[in-house]
Write a protein that binds this ligand. Structure first.
Ligand code: PSV
Ligand code: MN
Length: 397
């Protein structure tokens, strides 16, 4: 397909029909930096408010039908909270998405969770993962997104190989409890909160752990969890090739895990990732990828930032869908470097906004979601209703 072809709208609509992205409950809550936080009157502080915000984002964009839940923040009483969450699902027309165990917040995890030298703490952490799997089953959520924050801060203070074994053991047990349609997504991160070593530092380690866990485990790529010079699309290509790619946590960054809105710093990076995925699909790879947002914008309004990211993800997904991959393959084969690059970048430069607007209108959605959010007065109403209650209690800093 060439961008100039008359069937561009048809191709674009098909691509847009296939794209959904999950939003995180914690993206609507007050969060901060380790130096403090600036509280927003309109931020959500209850799970009900998070569902309400998610429903509004879905009303505006039409592509966010699921809400990722963080167990301790959203279901503090575990399985007992499931029926209340199901009621919220019905009331707001939003389903719960991935279930995120929390292995980083409790005092017991000071020296690690699943990799803690203490068997007692490791068992407690595993118990929480198993509870989260049960919550996933009860909610009908497919994915358990597991971020293991473990690591150490000083050389020589922990036995890295012992910790590998402990983590392998725990993941095998967790995997054995999955229902046939559930998946375990293993997230990696090179540093923070640990600053010397982390137990799952990169995609290779995450792939290893996922393989050790079992056939329903995959790797979760958080775009903020890489060193600056890393070629993330190559990592994605490898994970596609090895059939280990399970999903994404999308956000943007300039330095580390900055959790900025998507495409605010480097939209080309996300385009390149989507291109690898479209290319793999064109090649007939059978892949199931969960697109999720994991951002924690501190200064922008929560709702505006979420809509911005969702719209940006949709635009970049579409731009990458419009790369003429047949032509590109010819140019790659003949090593026609400049033409190949221009064709590739041409899709990135191409303004897809008229196409996304047309698609939204065809689906009865607002052509301009951000403008429609402003016009709706939703944020002002939320600020009035919630403002009095917003406190300095943070779910994650
Ligand atoms: C850790 O930085 C992370 O990316 C994990 O996915 C957590 O679940 C999430 O952020 C919490 O904000
Ligand atoms: Mn993440």
């Amino acid at each position: 397909m060439k961008i100039s072809d008359s069937n561009v709208e048809e191709v674009a609509f098909k691509a847009l029909d296939s794209f959904k992205i999950e939003i995180p409950s914690w993206g609507f809550a007050n969060t901060g930096t380790r130096f403090g936080k600036f509280v927003q009157a309109a931020a959500a502080s209850t799970i009900e408010e998070k569902f309400a915000d998610a429903a509004e984002v879905n009303r505006l964009t039409g592509i966010t039908p699921t809400l990722a839940l963080h167990v301790l923040w959203d279901l503090p009483d575990g399985l007992e909270d499931v029926s209340a969450v199901k009621q919220l699902e019905r009331r707001f027309g939003i389903r719960s998405g991935s279930i995120n165990p929390n292995l980083f917040q409790d005092q017991e995890y000071k020296f690690g969770s699943l990799c803690n030298p203490s068997r007692v703490v490791r068992e407690r952490a595993l118990g929480h993962v198993l509870d989260s799997i049960e919550i996933g089953k009860a909610q009908g959520s497919r994915d358990i997104s597991l971020w293991v924050a473990d690591g150490s801060n000083y050389p020589g203070t922990q036995a890295m190989r012992k910790r590998i074994v402990w983590l392998e053991e725990a993941l095998r047990v967790a995997h054995s409890r999955l229902a046939p349609d559930q998946r375990l997504l293993v997230e990696y991160k090179p540093f923070e909160p640990a600053f010397y070593h982390t137990d799952i530092a990169d995609w290779g380690m995450a792939s290893h752990f996922a393989r050790e866990a079992g056939p329903q485990a995959r790797v979760l790529v958080d775009t903020g969890h890489h060193y600056n010079a890393q070629n993330i699309e190559q990592i994605v290509a490898w994970l596609l090739h090895t059939r280990m790619l399970g999903g994404f946590h999308f956000n943007d960054r300039r330095y580390a895990d900055d959790d900025l809105t998507l495409g605010s710093i480097d939209p080309y990076q996300i385009f390149r990732i989507f291109h690898e995925i479209h290319a793999a699909v064109d090649d007939g790879l059978d892949i199931e990828i969960a697109y999720m947002i994991d951002q924690s914008h501190n200064l922008k309004g929560k709702m505006e930032a979420m809509v911005q990211t969702v719209v940006t993800a949709q635009e970049l997904y579409l731009k990458a869908a419009l790369v003429d991959r047949e032509k590109l393959a010819e140019l790659q084969q003949s090593c026609n470097l400049v033409e190949a690059e221009e064709l590739y970048r041409g899709a990135f430069w191409f303004d897809v906004r008229p196409l996304t607007c047309a698609w939204r209108e065809a689906h009865g959605l607002p052509a301009d979601p951000l403008g429609a959010l402003r016009a709706s007065g939703y944020v002002e109403r939320a600020a009035q209703e919630r403002g009095a209650r917003s406190s300095a209690v943070s779910s994650y800093a």
